[in-house]
Design a protein around this ligand. Structure first.
Ligand code: NI
Length: 172
């Protein structure tokens, strides 16, 4: 099932999300629907607050090569354990901030622990686009957007564009 994605500014995108204590079938279904919604958008990552659910769940798949096998991941309670001193710059976007992109500097490598959809504890080091994406999505769980890394003027400009877009969407 496709879910509707909240557009910034929305107070639900600014909240700190609650940990998942009990991995229910409802939450597994939510993860599956989030993946479907992400692929359809299309995007490479999506966090539960973006579909209005304030729980610590993210999904991602950063395989972009044409014809390559997909690698869908769902992470419950993802947590950054360690980051590299070395940094990377990517032109980031966000499904909640459509068609706006800006360069963000983040650690180039990041070690993340999470609970997978079978309830098993997982741990992995990510690099390149995966590292940026997983950090971007985990930020969402703490109410942080990529535009929060930008200069205030640039952030305000993007926010005004999104307010205008939301007015247009509301008019239909
Ligand atoms: Ni995002």
């Amino acid at each position: 099932m496709l879910l509707s994605i909240l557009i910034h500014p929305d107070s639900r995108l600014k909240k700190v999300c609650a940990p998942v204590d009990d991995l229910t079938d409802d939450l597994r279904l939510l993860a599956d629907n989030m993946l479907q919604t992400m692929y359809e958008a299309p995007g490479i990552g999506l966090a539960a607050p973006q579909v209005g659910v304030l729980s610590r769940l993210i999904v991602l798949d950063c395989i972009k090569e044409e014809g390559a096998a997909p690698h869908p991941m769902a992470m419950f309670n993802p947590e950054v354990l360690a980051v590299s001193d070395e940094t990377n710059v990517y032109d980031e976007g966000c499904l909640s901030i459509p068609e706006q992109y800006a360069e963000v500097t983040r650690p180039a490598e990041v070690e993340v622990a999470w609970i997978d959809r079978d309830g098993k504890a997982q741990k992995q080091v990510f690099d390149k686009l995966w590292a940026t994406c997983v950090q971007h999505e985990i930020d969402h769980l703490d109410g942080k957007l990529f535009i929060d890394y930008l200069r205030p003027l640039k952030r305000q400009m993007i926010t005004r564009k999104m307010q205008k877009l939301k007015r247009e969407l509301a008019r239909g």
